[in-house]
Ligand binder design. Sequence first.
Ligand code: AMP
Length: 187
Amino acid sequence: MGECNVLLIGPPGAGKGTQAAFLVERHGIPQISTGEILREAVASGSELGERVRKIMEVGELVPDEVVIQIVEQRLRRADCAKGFVLDGFPRTPGQAKALDAMLRRLGRAPLRVVFIEVPEAELKRRILSRGEGRPDDTEAAVRRRLEVYRKETQPVLEHYGRSAVAVDGLGTVEQIAERIAGALDRS
Ligand code: AMP
């Protein structure tokens, strides 16, 4: 079987992390979540963590060069050889271009891009009720994260154009996982 290089894209609260975990189970490939990697850096109190903590807390984006470097280092690890699931990256057109160049340089197969679509009112409800206790789950930070998504991340969808397959992100976790599996078969 070839590489299974998946990109899950969608607004905050769309269920990217949950669905990435399903793909990890199903395909035995690692999840690369820049949000998780950054939260670990903050928790460890590293220099990087100190740099990004305040940015994350208010729902802004960490600079492109920081996350691009994180992803490149992660993709070079041996466990990504058969594929990977990217979740939360790329979030800007600049990151998307850097990812294209990186995949070419590393000689990797093309990405399969799945866009998880969820209406904004539902996103707010989900994030504010999920109770993960993330410091950026306050009402103000959530509002800002949604704004940043519209402004910075929606253009990433245009970058992928028709190669991105949209799936309905409303329903049970299992229903959405089935739709994503179907979309990956078609892509
Ligand atoms: P997430 O867990 O994907 O919702 O990410 C949480 C926060 O981490 C975001 O609100 C950003 O502050 C930061 N972050 C995660 N991924 C990226 C990225 N690709 N580019 C810039 N900032 C990011």
